[in-house]
Design a binder for this molecule. Sequence first.
Ligand code: NAP
Length: 272
Amino acid sequence: MPDRYAVVGHPVTHSRSPWIHACFARATGEDIEYQSIDAPPDGLERTLDAFRAAGGRGVNVTLPFKEAACRYATELSARARSAQAANTLSFEGARIRADNTDGAGLLRDLTVNLGRAVASQHVLLLGAGGAARGVLAPLLEAGPARLVIANRTLAKALALVAGCPGAGRGVRPEALGYEALSGESFDLVINATSAGLTGAALALPASVFRREALAYDMVYGRATAFLALARAAGIAAHDGLGMLVEQAAESFYLWRGVRPDTAAVLAALRAH
Ligand code: NAP
């Protein structure tokens, strides 16, 4: 009997996680089965209870359940605690361990797949929702020279900064509204907003991109206005497909103790 895993979200039919984990399992020889489960918005707990009762070993959790997944867990990793959100749960008897692999996935895509350092760079993080919370501490640990969080609702960026002490070389994140970004420029601009999902453009001046900057949109599979703005400014621009594959690989490693190779999976997804 293969060990059972799943991605739980609402909606979840669009999720590529079952395909990605099937590729990892084939490549590593791990005997797992990975399905997708659409949980009702108020039904995460009973959905997970049923999956565990049926022998489930772990789940990835996606929108809108990442915060609720932390509340369901009996133990939080430091990454889940600082993000106050979890995308990976591991089940072992009565123990339910929550972790957040989004930050590790982003860092690995940036530094390994795209060959860009975060250390000593001036970094702009757009958004202050769950995705921004998940990557903030890992970004700080990578030692940027400066890290600014800009959000449409400034109060949320201020709260995120207030709850996050400096890490790495001790840089403290700063919070700004979009209107305060003219006159500021960055080496790395990471879009952790969901604006790209609705086709909305961010009120972002092209001058935020330094000449050799990299623009990174966590949204994938869409030609977003953010990526178009960066490309029009002559800046290297990448979507979040690599982060998706890398955060999945980190979850697979947590569950199975084996780190799958991601290059072939990412290339196949891109080709698709
Ligand atoms: P969330 O908690 O709902 O937060 C959404 C964020 O986007 C908020 O900061 C919100 O600003 C901002 N926003 C939304 N529409 C905007 C607009 N028109 N203009 C300016 N700001 C806008 O969502 P999330 O969980 O952080 O996810 C954000 C995105 O990251 C999603 O698209 C998700 O698919 C993507 N993501 C990708 C990966 C990956 O592996 N590639 C992993 C995690 C997340 P306000 O606070 O002002 O509302």
